[in-house]
Design a protein around this ligand. Structure first.
Ligand code: BG6
Length: 455
């Protein structure tokens, strides 16, 4: 877990750096948590002053001491990643800077090229390599990519980014589960009827047509982000907070998740997707998916874990709803309607918090009705840190807990492998709807409406 003496940022002029990484570095600098040389690498016509101005714009045009400090730390190595001379210049630039953190904010097709270029100059020694998602396209390509990277960096010196692991509300799940004793006795197949994970986005694929069309929803968010969430929610308590202990438990639970049965999946594509720039004519890529996953272990056997995600849905929300079994005897039902079940809701985006939907007596009546008992974490605890600030901080300091270890990546590809590229056209759905109608039947009893806000 060596602390880096410098950050080498490949793709410094790219989209990810502009939207996420440079603002996160500025934020860390302003907080006094980051003060290291940042050597940007890119094929660019910019000179160092141009890069500094580019960074300033990425950080909202700021002109303050924190930005000046970050700008003073910036260096630029401009050149082609396929050209050994680029890496020779990088070696000169990094001379004497100690342990290096190479962050690859570049398309995956370039991961190996960059790793080789680094190794050609000995820049893989005393260094770690951080790569962005997607890590592979399926199980075998992920293994191949891993083997190739392992030629130059061993597992201890490789970090695979899944930015969801940097989100504080995601970590809240683990704290909520394991810092309280409230949930653990009921957090199993005897009390939980189903778990529903919804990641909805109200925007379409927009200018990401070519990227999205080559991937689709399962690869884009289920294999990585949503299975990571499932692992955190379903895993057994790790013996300690230690990174290895957490990663081992996540691996154990993913290992128990059965490969998804195509009969448990509904795929959708919003109307108009085929007209997007970069999308292949007649493409069968899904922009929506709903599926049931089953975990074959003592805690969860038989409980459906229902996952849905899509673009162009009615709202942008990330919420998990665990439904408890109803009481065995209906005493306070309203007419013929049975008591509604208790729900435990974890909201992760855009706000964060927990809501218990409990039943209380309706005043003046003999029946009960559900009321939400909520806590909005931001209101109580203040704002949360951006995911990429935490990812970058860990990338530089070496802590592996918020990255995807390869055995977890392998398990998650195994889980989704049977439902990748089925070759059939997905069902159409209208933009702004909740996806194709048959998806409504994925959870037993249908999806619970998500809460959308605490107010
Ligand atoms: C990315 C996906 O990994 O995650 C996007 O490629 C998706 O399609 C995004 O929109 C969601 O992340 P966030 O942090 O904006 O919720």
């Amino acid at each position: 877990m060596a602390r880096a003496g410098a950050l080498v940022l490949f793709g410094v002029t790219g989209d990810l750096a502009r939207k996420m990484l440079l603002p996160a570095l500025y934020h860390l600098t302003a907080e006094g948590r980051f003060d290291l040389p940042v050597i940007g690498v890119a094929k660019t016509d910019l000179d160092l002053d141009g890069l500094r101005e580019h960074a300033r714009q990425a950080c909202g045009g700021v002109r303050d001491a924190a930005f000046e400090k970050l700008a003073g730390n910036l260096r630029l190595v401009a050149g082609d990643y396929g050209d050994p001379a680029t890496f020779a210049r990088l070696r000169e630039e990094t001379e004497g800077k100690g342990f290096l953190c190479h962050y690859l904010a570049v398309p995956p097709a370039l991961f190996e090229v960059v790793a080789e270029g680094l190794a050609g100059q000995g820049l893989n020694r005393d260094a770690r390599l951080v790569v962005e998602k997607p890590f592979g396209h399926d199980l075998s390509s992920a293994r191949e990519l891993n083997d190739r990277l392992l030629r130059h960096f061993d597992e201890d010196h490789l970090r695979r980014v899944d930015h969801f692991l940097g989100k504080e509300p995601v970590e809240d799940l683990m704290v909520f589960r394991f810092a309280n004793t409230l949930l653990e006795p009921i957090w199993n197949r005897s009390h939980i009827r189903s778990v529903q994970i919804t990641m909805a986005e109200d925007f379409d694929v927009s200018d990401r047509g070519a990227f999205y069309d080559a991937n689709g929803t399962v690869r884009d968010v289920v294999q990585n982000h949503l299975l990571q969430l499932l692992a955190i929610l379903a895993m057994d308590p790790p013996p300690s907070i230690d990174a290895r202990a957490q990663l081992d438990e996540k691996w154990r639970v993913l290992r128990a998740v059965k490969a998804i049965d195509p009969a448990d999946v509904v795929r959708g594509q919003y109307t108009g997707y085929l007209d997007t720039d970069g999308v292949r004519p007649g493409s069968t890529t899904e922009t929506y998916v709903a599926m049931r996953a089953y975990i074959d272990n003592w805690r969860w056997a038989g409980v459906p874990w229902c996952i849905r995600s899509g673009k162009a849905l009615p709202t942008t929300d990330l919420e998990i709803v665990a439904e408890l079994f109803r009481p065995p005897v209906t005493m306070f039902g309203n007419g013929d309607a049975p008591d509604t079940p208790n729900l435990i809701r974890f909201r992760l985006q855009p706000d964060a918090g927990v809501t218990f939907d409990l039943l209380v007596k309706e005043p003046g009546k003999q029946h009960a009705r559900p009321v939400p008992v909520s806590v909005d974490f931001t209101k109580v605890l203040g704002p949360m840190e951006a995911a990429y600030a935490r990812i970058l901080f860990d990338a530089v300091s070496g802590d592996p807990r918020r990255f995807a270890r390869f055995d977890l990546v392998e398990e998650s590809w195994r889980i989704v492998q049977p439902v990748l590229d089925p070759g059939q056209a997905p069902l159409p759905y209208a933009k702004g709807s909740w996806g194709p109608e048959p998806a409504a039947h994925i959870p037993p009893g249908g999806w619970h409406e998500i809460s959308t806000t605490f107010d």
